[in-house]
Design a protein around this ligand. Structure first.
Ligand SMILES: Nc1ncnc2c1ncn2[C@@H]1O[C@H](COP(=O)(O)OP(=O)(O)OP(=O)(O)O)[C@@H](O)[C@H]1O
Ligand SMILES: [Mg+2]
Length: 392
């Protein structure tokens, strides 16, 4: 028994040495496996980064190929509440086999065919329209300045396209939702700060749509010496989530009705702008990008002399037409690479100056109704179409 006891004791003593050595060995094996894994991970991350950079490059090439100023047209469906004057018939038709064609009857069986970047038939959904805009929204995260305008006569569907309804939101909500989901996808490599402002321009007066009292604002040259414009007193709100944005959009919509357009709740007689700035920082290199996305629901163009408007309403219509013409002139001058771009001729173009110039991207969604005979004056050169449409 004594011998057994002595042998057991020595076994117990040795066990702790043996046990310690086994643990050290296992630890070594585990750490070797881990470092192997982390090497593989590093390699994967590097490949992923390259892949993302390549994707961005192709994305940019795609947007470049499509052109920096794109004109899309959305034809409004005929609604029950649309009352057409007697004798008016369908004059605008789309071609189911050609997504770029728009045909306008000129009478005596003749028609005028237009070719645009994209034409949406009356049954096109809000999502289909957004799909066409989506690459531009992505460009904004990559540091580009982007403007998206809805343009057209009163009642042609501009606000529907930009704001949409609660059940069926338009470009504004979809763009910001896309922006946040894209930011989430890139969070391992980039950190982003998103800020928004919203203003309306009514009779050439600029108002903050995110303030309670709709303060009048002015556009000034930034005293910081960068030569950039800024709007003193404009509310710039940092947003962290899509839900927060939805609240701000609702507030801006309510204010747009209250401040400028008491006369008619459904018609917008002002230009409404939702301006989003996205500042990104590359976590690896510290590089910074600043992109801007301007979503603009323009006021409806009107045939002043035909509408028989007088007094305030006439002044309103004249101001709207004047600023739309100024927008047309700016885009034409940009396309013509002219030395002088007349940004200062309207508040709208002055405010958007740093987003409309060279290297930026613009999409114009021209809204038309199927009974809209004025559309016959749209010129095939997209850029002048804007001014000609206003004159009609
Ligand atoms: N594609 C569409 N599908 C269904 N309804 C539409 C569509 N486009 C417009 N509408 C409806 O037509 C009406 C007029 O549209 P909207 O208010 O968007 O016109 P608008 O161009 O903004 O006019 P205004 O210049 O007077 O502000 C609205 O009731 C809107 O819901
Ligand atoms: Mg409107």
């Amino acid at each position: 028994m004594k011998t057994d006891y002595a042998s057991l004791r020595s076994q117990v003593r040795n066990f702790s040495d043996f046990y310690g050595a086994a643990i050290t060995d296992a630890k070594k094996q585990i750490s070797a496996a881990m470092s192997e894994m982390s090497e593989a991970n590093k390699d994967l991350l590097e490949k992923y980064r390259k892949e993302v950079a390549l994707r961005r490059k192709y994305h940019e090439q795609l947007v470049e190929l499509k052109g920096n100023i794109r004109v899309l047209c959305r034809v409004k469906p005929v609604l029950k509440e649309d009352q057409h004057e007697e004798g008016q018939s369908v004059v605008v038709t789309t071609d189911p086999n050609n997504e770029s064609a728009l045909s306008v009857l000129k009478g005596q069986g003749r028609s005028h065919n237009f070719e645009l970047d994209r034409v949406f038939h009356p049954q096109a959904t809000q999502e289909e329209v957004f799909q066409e805009i989506e690459p531009l929204v992505t460009s904004c995260i990559d540091g580009y300045h982007v403007c998206i305008f809805a343009y057209g006569q009163t009642g042609s569907g501009k606000t529907y396209t930009m704001e949409g309804s609660t059940e069926n939101p338009g470009i504004n909500q979809r763009a910001l939702k896309h922006l946040f989901s894209e930011i989430e996808d890139r969070k391992d490599m980039w950190t982003y700060t998103v800020t928004v402002s919203s203003v309306e321009i009514y009779n050439e007066v600029l108002r903050d749509l995110l303030s309670k009292d709709g303060e009048k604002l002015d556009i000034k040259i930034n005293p910081d010496g960068t030569g950039q414009l800024h709007v003193p007193g404009l509310r710039v709100i940092e947003v962290k989530s899509f839900q927060h944005i939805k609240k701000l959009l609702a507030q801006a919509r309510r204010n747009r009705i209250t401040f400028g357009t008491q006369m008619n709740q459904h018609s917008s007689r002002s230009h409404a702008l939702l301006m989003t700035t996205v500042v990104g920082i590359d976590l690896a290199s510290g590089a910074k990008t600043t992109g801007k996305l301007n979503l603009v629901d323009l006021a409806g163009s009107e045939r002043v002399w035909k509408s028989g408007a007088e007094g305030e309403r006439l002044k309103e219509a004249q101001n709207i037409n004047r600023s739309l013409l100024a927008l047309g002139d700016v885009i034409q001058a940009l396309r013509g690479k002219e030395k002088h771009i007349p940004f200062r001729n309207s508040r709208l173009t002055y405010l958007l100056q740093d987003s409309l110039g060279k290297g930026n991207k613009t999409a114009m969604v021209v809204q038309v109704g199927t009974h809209d005979s004025t559309v016959r004056l749209i010129h095939t050169d997209y850029n002048v179409c804007i001014s000609i449409y206003v004159y009609s």
